[in-house]
Design a protein around this ligand. Structure first.
Ligand SMILES: [Fe+2]
Length: 257
């Protein structure tokens, strides 16, 4: 696949999977190489990881992350719970992180897929069927996301905003729906209808599950697609992924019109 084809696939479909053998010296060289192919600017450090107190607690700093953070602590055959759907960038505004790259170094013994939910597609479907419900997702206080990390002033680790919205004329999502989210549904039946749709029929119609093999790399548009890691069981060696994030979208000047 040429760089141009890869960029088109990510931007048109929302994601692509490519083969990118891990490099022995630095596991993030593979990220730097694909970022260059995709025309992405420098990797982006999320707001949460720029907080010094948070860094002390979670030990995750900078734009390049290991998942899990310390695989030497993982016991053979241990089980990990699945995640809820989210977009990366808990404290970022809509559209803050446009691209995420996940690279599989070691796969789980079982499970461990990445599931994508094409939440912007679901929003468009909802807009056609129930405009009031769709509009409620655009409200500037529709969705609050918060970190549960113990810091001295936890209120600074909260961000309210719309769940969907247009940024530079493009629809973007921060649809996330887990234990670190609060939906402003009180006295708001339209938003409850929207959630019932997104959590039910929309999920069934607009998702895909991808199981990365070692050396596979998943690139997806974090501003248009929500995602989650599925539950898994480690083998003798722990499952290992690496991740990088970017504030820009894949771009090639040949795609300019
Ligand atoms: Fe994520």
């Amino acid at each position: 696949m040429t760089d141009l084809e890869l960029i088109s696939e990510v931007n048109d479909r929302g994601y692509a999977v490519i083969s990118a053998p891990a490099t022995a010296d630095d596991p993030f060289d593979a990220h730097r190489n694909v970022a260059r192919s995709l025309g992405l600017a420098d990797a982006y450090t999320p707001v949460l990881y720029r907080d010094s107190e948070v860094c002390d607690v979670v030990g995750q700093v900078g734009p390049y992350n290991e998942i899990p953070r310390d695989s030497s602590l993982v016991l053979p055959w241990s089980e990990m719970p699945g995640q809820q759907f989210h977009v990366d960038g808990l404290l970022e505004p809509l559209d803050g992180i446009k691209t995420t790259v996940l690279h599989c170094l070691e796969q789980a013994y079982s499970g461990g897929e990445t599931e994508l939910f094409f939440s912007c597609e679901a929003f468009l479907k909802l807009s056609a069927a129930d405009e009031d419900a769709a509009m409620s997702l655009l409200h500037p206080a529709a969705l609050t996301r918060f970190a549960t990390i113990a810091v001295s002033e936890p209120t600074r680790l909260r961000a309210a905003g719309p769940a969907f919205g247009k940024v530079d004329g493009e629809l973007a999502t921060r649809f996330s729906d887990g234990t670190t989210e609060l939906w402003n549904t009180a006295g708001n039946p339209a938003l409850q209808r929207a959630l019932d749709y997104l959590r039910g029929p929309a999920l069934d119609a607009h998702r895909v599950r991808i199981r990365l093999e070692p050396g596979d790399m998943l690139v997806f548009r974090n501003d248009r697609v929500s995602h989650r890691g599925c539950a898994y069981q480690n083998g003798v060696r722990p499952r290992r992924l690496t991740r990088s994030m970017y504030s820009s979208a894949p771009y090639h000047r040949a795609l300019d019109r």
